[in-house]
Design a protein around this ligand. Structure first.
Ligand code: NDP
Length: 452
């Protein structure tokens, strides 16, 4: 039976729902003393601040900013910033908690060590949608005016998440530089011309497909011809859909928070590009002579009554519940891979287990984003940009030639193998295997440093 850990801080509807099958047993093996899991799972810093800014009408707006740092045992704090209406401390804590295991799974060679990530998350209840560029810039500058006290190249390195893309990272980085007078790699997801890495925008979506490819190959199957539903139409969803097409799969539908677009024979590359072009707008404004838009009205994209082989929830937490999981099972779905953070409810994952659907958990499947952020940090430190696919002849012979795409594939393969090995060793599911493998890395580093 899955075991339920105590909720973090006791204030989270999300965290209360988390079950960590087998994790308590592993914790006790490592710690050998009662109650210590609470110490491990508690955030070290919870930073909450006001973000005042002037809107285009000259009126004062005040939002709330958050920053949660859990552990820096294996490297600087690292994770996304989310700007979205409704963001609160509870959401930021669940994101930071998940990030902990994800970062530990990336296994990046940094300096002389191994993985060099740690867990943290941040964000604000500011909603960029519907705001002008000038308003977004003013908000970002005010947000960074407080945040910069708590971050740094070797301390804490934020990245994007929902509502934080290249534009927001640019405004945040500009303000960080203005305040510190340092051009360092303190944020990832930067523009290519000013310290960013090739493939950071694609990394999470591509990585999810690479992970899926690894699992399918392991069970003697392949992505070719697989009928897939992808939820969301943001950064992760778009790149996941594009990579699925490249691998020969069929993308039946994509969605946003109000509805979905679907096409029986699959969306084309051009259609996905057009949907991508609508990023700042609504999917309902997307028009096509062949694809249909369906307003949500309580029946989510998962309930689409057509044969489906695979689902990639790439939008947000708890977007796929028990009824959605049952509908997917009834329509023939055999695999679910979480591109988003915790999109499937515990009741949904129970249905997957009962109906024999293979399930890849978010902390493993979507780790490609933070992995390439890690590569961006390495490039910032040595002051070079690595190539996407081909070796860069401009690099010195003695410097490592890194092809970011090959590196990402290798990292996703290693994450799959690590989770699978832990699942086998502890006789648990792949999801629990990912939890255990990630947890052990952090716990062992904390114990070695006398941090508990
Ligand atoms: P974006 O802001 O780029 O896109 C989010 C998308 O999800 C939008 O299309 C949004 O639609 C849609 N959406 C939001 N809520 C719902 C809902 N309830 N039902 C259906 N669609 C919805 O965010 P990202 O693509 O960057 O992030 C998506 C997920 O992936 C998040 O869970 C994030 O934490 C996770 N993730 C992201 C990483 C990254 O590198 N960006 C890394 C690892 C994880 P609308 O426009 O209507 O709001």
């Amino acid at each position: 039976m899955p075991e339920r850990l105590p909720p973090l801080g006791g204030d989270s509807e999300y965290l209360e729902g988390i079950t960590h099958e087998g994790l308590r047993g592993v914790l006790q093996q490592v710690l050998e003393r009662d109650g210590a899991e609470r110490e491990f799972m508690s955030a070290v810093h919870e930073i909450i601040f006001r973000v005042p800014w002037l809107d285009d009408r000259g009126q004062l707006q005040v939002n709330r900013g958050f920053r949660v740092q859990f552990s820096s045992a294996i490297g600087p704090y690292k994770g996304g910033l989310r700007f979205r209406d409704g963001v609160n401390l509870s959401i930021i804590k669940f994101l930071g908690f998940e990030q902990c295991f994800k970062n530990a799974l990336t296994t990046l060679p940094m300096g002389g060590g191994k993985a060099s990530r740690s867990r943290r998350a941040g964000g604000s209840d500011f909603e960029p949608k519907g705001r002008s560029d000038a308003e977004i810039m003013k908000f970002c500058q005010s947000f960074m005016s407080e945040l910069y006290h708590h971050i740094g190249h070797y301390t804490d390195v934020p990245a994007g998440d929902i509502g934080v893309g290249a534009k927001e990272i640019g405004y945040l980085f500009g303000q960080y530089k203005r305040l510190t007078r340092c051009h360092t790699g303190t944020l990832t997801g930067k523009g290519l011309e000013w310290g960013g890495s090739l493939m950071r925008p694609e990394a999470t979506g591509f990585g999810a497909v690479y992970f899926a490819g690894e699992l399918l190959a392991d069970v003697g199957d392949s992505l070719k011809g697989k009928r897939c539903i992808v939820s969301g139409s943001g950064n992760v969803a778009q790149h996941c859909a594009m990579k699925l097409l490249e691998e020969g799969a069929v993308v039946l539908a994509m969605s946003d928070s109000r509805g979905y677009v679907y096409q029986e024979e699959g969306l084309t590359r051009d259609q996905i590009m057009e949907i991508k072009g609508r990023r700042s707008g609504r999917l309902e404004e997307y028009t096509s002579p062949t694809a249909q838009y369906v307003g949500d009205k309580g029946r989510r994209v998962w309930q689409l009554a057509i044969p489906v082989d695979m689902a990639f929830p790439c939008a947000t937490q708890h977007e796929l519940d028990r009824d959605d999981a049952v509908a997917l099972a009834e329509h023939g779905c055999k695999y679910v891979f979480e591109g988003a953070n915790m999109p499937c409810t515990p009741a949904a994952t129970k249905v997957f287990q009962d109906r024999g659907i293979m399930y890849g958990p978010g902390k493993a499947v979507n780790a490609g984003g933070v992995a390439v952020s890690g590569l961006e940090m390495s490039q910032d430190r040595i002051g070079l940009q690595w190539s996407r696919e081909e070796p860069d002849p401009a690099l010195h012979e003695w410097l490592p030639v890194v092809q970011v795409d090959a590196k990402l594939r290798g990292i996703m393969r290693s994450i799959y193998q690590t989770a699978k090995a832990a699942a086998k060793e502890y006789d648990v599911s792949l999801a629990a295997g990912a939890n255990i493998a990630g947890f052990l890395k952090v716990a062992e580093a904390q114990l070695a440093q006398g941090a508990v």
